[in-house]
Design a protein around this ligand. Structure first.
Ligand code: PAF
Length: 279
C-alpha cells in the first residue's frame, strides 16, 4: 500500500496504473461503513485508492471540524489489511492554496435537507469531490447511502461536468440495533447511544405504513415525527419525504421516496434515511 501526501507524488503513481481504478473518498475515522465501500471497490477494480482528508470547507464556523475524530495509524492499519493500493492524505495548503476561490455548487439539490441546515456544506463536498475526481480520474467512485443527499449531488455533478466514472452507492451499514454507523456516534454517551435507536425505528415505521397502503407524504412525515418525539432525548431537526432524485418534498408517494431525518441527541446531530419501497 502506497501512502502518498503530495499531489505530484500521487500523479506519478497513478500514471503507472494499468487497469480499473476505484476511489473511496473519506475523512478518516474509518468504520465498517467505510470498509464496506472499500471491500466493494476491491471486488470491482484492479486498483483501489482511498483519500483521507478532513475537508475544512464543508464545515461551518460553529461545526465540529476541530473535534472531528482522527486517527491515522488506526485508519492506515485497516486499509493495509483491506489491500488498498493507494492512500492519499493531502495537506490542506496543497488542496486549497492561499487565495483559493474556486467552488462547485450543485444548485437546487443543495437547497434541501443537510444543505439547508448547513449552509455551504454541500458546496464544500461538491468542490472537494470534484477535485478528487480530477486528480484520480477513477473508473468508479464509491459513496454511502447514509449521506443520501451528498450521493445525489455527486451523481448530478458527475453528469453535469461530463465525468465518465460510475458512481456506486453502497447500502448504509447498521449496528445490530439498527443505528447507522457514523464517525459522530463516538460523541454519544451510553444513554444517548441507546436513544439513537429511535432514528431507524421511526424510518421503519414509515416503511411499514407505506407497505400497508399509506401514501400521503404528510401522514408519513407525522408517523416518523411521532416516533422520534416519543424519545425524550431526541430533538428532530427535520423530517423529509422527498423525491429520490429531486429531493423535493412530496405530497403523495406513488412508487418510491427518500425518507430522511436529522435528529439532535445530546450535542450530536445524527442523520439517517431509507428509500421507501413497494412490497
Ligand atoms: O462523506 C464524507 O466523508 C465526505 O463528505 C467526503 C465525501 C469524503 C468529502 O469530504
Amino acid at each position: 500500500m502506497k501512502i502518498l501526501t503530495s499531489l505530484p507524488e500521487l500523479r506519478r503513481n497513478l500514471r503507472n496504473v494499468s487497469g480499473s481504478l476505484g476511489l473511496v473518498p473519506t475523512m478518516g475515522s474509518l468504520h465498517e461503513g467505510h470498509l464496506s465501500l472499500v471491500r466493494t471497490a476491491r471486488k470491482q477494480n484492479d486498483y483501489v485508492a482511498v483519500s483521507i482528508f478532513v475537508n475544512p470547507i464543508q464545515f461551518g464556523p460553529e461545526e465540529d471540524l476541530n473535534i472531528y475524530p482522527w486517527n491515522h495509524d488506526h485508519d492506515l492499519g485497516i486499509l493495509e489489511s483491506e489491500k488498498v493500493d493507494f492512500v492519499w492524505i493531502p495537506d490542506t495548503k496543497e488542496v486549497y492554496p492561499d487565495g483559493y476561490q474556486t467552488y462547485v455548487t450543485v444548485d437546487k439539490l443543495s437547497s434541501h435537507l443537510e444543505g439547508a441546515r448547513r449552509p455551504g456544506h454541500m458546496r464544500g463536498v461538491a468542490t472537494i469531490v470534484t477535485k478528487l475526481l480530477i486528480v484520480f480520474i477513477p473508473d468508479r467512485l464509491y459513496l454511502g447511502q447514509k449521506d443520501a443527499q451528498q450521493s445525489c449531488i455527486i451523481k448530478r455533478l458527475v453528469v453535469d461536468l461530463g465525468f465518465t466514472m460510475d458512481v456506486i452507492i453502497c447500502p448504509t451499514v447498521r449496528d445490530s440495533d439498527g443505528v447507522a454507523l457514523s464517525s459522530r456516534n463516538i460523541h454519544l454517551n451510553s444513554v444517548e447511544r441507546n436513544a439513537a435507536v429511535v432514528l431507524y425505528r421511526s424510518l421503519c415505521e414509515s416503511q411499514d405504513a407505506f407497505s400497508n397502503g399509506e401514501s400521503d407524504a404528510g401522514r408519513l412525515r407525522t408517523i416518523i415525527a411521532d416516533v422520534l418525539c416519543s424519545e425524550p432525548l431526541a430533538q428532530p431537526l427535520y423530517v423529509s419525504v422527498a423525491g429520490i432524485d429531486t429531493l423535493q418534498e412530496l405530497q403523495h408517494v406513488s412508487d418510491t421516496a427518500l425518507c430522511s431525518i436529522a435528529v439532535k441527541i445530546g450535542s450530536v446531530v445524527l442523520i439517517d434515511n431509507i428509500v421507501l419501497e413497494d412490497s
